[in-house]
Design a protein around this ligand. Sequence first.
Ligand SMILES: Cc1cc2nc3c(=O)[nH]c(=O)nc-3n(C[C@H](O)[C@H](O)[C@H](O)COP(=O)(O)O)c2cc1C
Length: 340
Amino acid sequence: MTDPTFNTAVTRTYGCRLPIVAGGLMWLSNASYVAAGANAGILSFITAASFPEPAALRAEIAKCRDLCGDRPFGVNVSMLPKLVEGERIADTFRLIADEGVRFVETSGRNPEAFLPILKGAGIKVLHKVPSVRYAVKAQEVGVDMVSIVGAECGGHPGLDLIGSMVNQALAERRLDIPFLIGGGIGAGSQIVSALASGASGVVIGTRFLVAEEISAHPQYKQALVSANERDTTLTMSSVRNTVRTLSNETTEIVRRLEADNPQIGIAELMPHVSGVIGRKAYETGDVSRGMLSAGQALGLTDGIAPLADIVAQLEQEAGVALARLRPQPLATQRAEALVS
Ligand SMILES: Cc1cc2nc3c(=O)[nH]c(=O)nc-3n(C[C@H](O)[C@H](O)[C@H](O)COP(=O)(O)O)c2cc1C
């Protein structure tokens, strides 16, 4: 049975067993992965941008629904301004609403303009931001919940680069709506820490990249297992689009180009950072090139495993962490004092 500590606004709102969200993963969070999350008791999001054709996104949602039964899942819509036109985003939200999806994870820009479509369809909006000042703004415009993803994260940590421990303490002080903490979460004790700060859950990306259900080459996953917390690089700050990825030949080239020319533009970086190269790495397992989003939680991956096993490990570790906080019976304290 789930510990009552894990009964939070996340489990109540979404109807999942655990207060854990698997955030959208470009090219990687498809129906199989998302359904594996649903069946393991967490809430996961299909990444709409991985299915640019409307028919393909509809098919993926339908497939996910078949695999999940009545367990909850959602769709992630990244709205990075430079990548997607506003009207195309609105069309994606209309499609999602039309398909009867009830939960959406947004990121990349202020979702205010799209809230009428989403709220009108009764969709709960979980908006993802890199620091608390943006979370306050999201609260003002009326999202249902926010995820605050700190500097440790894989993907886009924003420009402020605030760590997750500081984010969680600031969120407790400044937010009234339920919040989730993300960025570097890969162990159960961190979930307990987030909940203790008042968070209603955590959002995870990197720790789940080594799940069997992630549709990427086993060599890619093995490279992530072999990597540790020091094996990521931050680049692209020069174009105000900071990203944390697995250190490789590409990050070294981009890092040097940016250091040599701080005025460099996205056009000059594109031959190296194009998503097409990264997608190929997922297919071939050759991780030497491409911007492969991954965070410091790489230090906490210890093998390729079914997603349910990784979730079970997090749950078990969280239980251990909780037990540490509970007062020990006097007899146990005496016995421990004798052996120490
Ligand atoms: C490979 C990868 C791809 C990601 N793609 C997206 C995306 O398309 N949209 C999005 O909102 N977040 C994306 N993220 C961010 C995750 O959803 C999540 O917020 C983040 O990974 C949490 O930090 P962590 O990596 O330290 O667990 C991605 C992260 C990774 C590692």
